[in-house]
Design a protein around this ligand. Structure first.
Ligand code: FRU
Length: 460
């Protein structure tokens, strides 16, 4: 197996060749999930951005399509979103098929502005609107990543836009003419980096009647463990203004790992589902793959739970098909060894009264430290690490207890979902040799009471 294949994810989207970053234009239409992405077709490092394109029917197997959008005289094609214009509000529909409309940032040397493109053949080919840009730059250096949805209550399209240190909301009846409605965030959350890639979601609170609005904001740098990460704000949105129920100083992280960035949701699906870019701007251009560089996370469904007076984001990986290769129940041991497949698999464990413990996966080390109330991922010995001084790290997430844990493991990544998906960490790593065993070891000499352990080999 050569190095390229060794580091090619099995169940995570990666391009056949060249560089990718953010997911873009996520839209579902007629049984097809569209994934566009920031793409540099000439190289494996970031450069003039295009929108690459892939289509899936199950969110796991992807078919790469021709490039959807090329740079033009207004600039490179930065991040953005896409919608199905069901009622042809834009007047851009030409045939029987509903028109798909992409809303993106044109990044020119002089400035950033918002433009649109449309497709009348189910996303296969795209035409840029002749009236671009649809929102001109108001004098802001950072003015990008439009995410659009239809707001039922006020019967209009709403766009969230990242403006450096705040999010602006715009409204439109037809996707062509936009009006600035309000702004949020200058004094809220963390500002240790630039705000990027927003998304505004209406999420169900589990076990309650209520729904809450959640504003997603990517931040780079300034993440909890360095570099890129995603914060979120819970609150209310009335079609005009977003008001958070958080204090100005509160910071909520969607994922505490180093490699989950620029995530946004699919438009046109019933269950809110998002996907993120599995990398970090601190080292994204240096990771040790050859022909391609960059991969997406596993898509995850989203909801909220109410914990005391606080709303907490819940992420669950979409269901992955496969075969259980190991199932064990009621183990009460200080050390548990589990064989794991060499490709992609899920590992699930339910624990009772978990003591501190570590999990070793080759040289990658995960640890729950009950005393410090922390969960850690240590990749300082995880394989190839010296391609960037920022890569080797011990990353920390506050955590009181571990009741259940699901790990989605692929050749170069793990995504860890703890306590029903309320505590999540995503990390990439580049092992020298394939890993065939996982060792779970108690940290305090107390046995680990595993009610259930399951390993499922994921089949495509
Ligand atoms: C986020 C980002 C976006 C921008 C794009 C450029 O990773 O910086 O703000 O649109 O990447 O590729």
């Amino acid at each position: 197996m050569n190095k390229v294949e060794k580091f090619r994810p099995e169940i995570h989207f990666s391009p056949e060749k060249h560089w990718i970053n953010d997911p873009n234009g996520l839209v579902f239409y007629k049984g097809e999930y569209h994934l566009f992405y920031q793409y540099h077709p000439q190289s494996t490092v970031w450069g003039p951005m295009h929108w690459g394109h892939a289509i899936s029917k199950d969110l796991v197997t992807w078919e790469e399509k021709p490039i959807a959008l090329y740079p033009d005289e207004l600039g490179a094609i930065f991040s953005g979103s896409a919608v199905v214009d069901w009622n042809n509000t834009s007047g851009l529909q030409t045939g029987e098929e509903k028109v798909l409309v992409a809303i993106f940032t044109h990044h020119g040397e002089d400035n950033e502005k918002q433009s649109i493109a449309y497709s009348n053949d189910c996303g296969r080919t795209w035409v840029k609107y002749s009236g671009n840009p649809v929102i001109v730059n108001p004098g802001l250096k950072d003015f990008r990543d439009p995410k659009v949805f239809w707001h039922e209550g006020t019967s209009q399209w709403i766009m969230s836009l990242a403006c450096g240190d705040h999010i602006r909301f715009y409204g439109s009846p037809n996707l062509l003419e936009w009006k600035h409605l309000s702004s949020f965030g200058e004094t809220y959350g963390t500002h240790d980096g630039v705000w990027e890639c927003p998304d505004l979601l209406h999420l169900q609170v589990e076990g309650e009647e209520e729904k809450k609005w959640v504003l997603i904001v990517s931040l780079n740098p300034g993440g909890p463990n360095g570099g890129s990460a995603i914060q979120y704000f819970t609150g209310e949105f009335d079609g005009r203004t977003f008001v958070t129920d958080q204090k100005e100083s509160d910071v909520k992280w969607a994922d505490w790992g180093r490699d989950f960035y620029a995530a946004v949701t699919w438009s046109g699906v019933e269950e809110p589902t998002w996907v993120g870019w599995m990398s970090n701007w601190q080292y994204a251009n240096q990771t040790p793959t050859d022909e391609f560089r960059g991969a997406m996370s596993i898509p995850r469904t989203l909801s909220l739970i109410k914990r005391e007076a606080e709303y907490v984001l819940i992420q669950r990986p979409i269901e992955l098909k496969g075969e259980n290769v190991l199932e064990r129940a009621n183990e009460c041991l200080e050390e548990i060894k589990v064989d794991v497949p060499s490709g992609a698999y899920t590992f699930e464990m339910n624990l009772e009264n978990a003591p501190s413990f570590t999990i070793e996966l080759g040289g990658l080390k995960l640890a729950f430290d009950k005393r410090a109330k922390e969960f850690r991922i240590d990749r300082t010995n995880s394989g190839f690490i010296d391609f960037s001084e920022h890569f080797a790290s011990v990353d920390v997430m506050p955590l009181e207890k571990v009741e259940d844990m699901t790990i989605i493991a692929d050749r170069t990544s793990i995504e860890v979902f703890i306590n029903g998906g309320s505590a999540v960490m995503t990390e990439t790593f580049y092992p020298v040799n394939a890993i065939s065993e996982m060792t779970i070891r108690s940290g305090m000499g107390e046995p680990i009471n595993a009610k259930q352990i399951k390993v499922k080999r994921i089949s495509l």
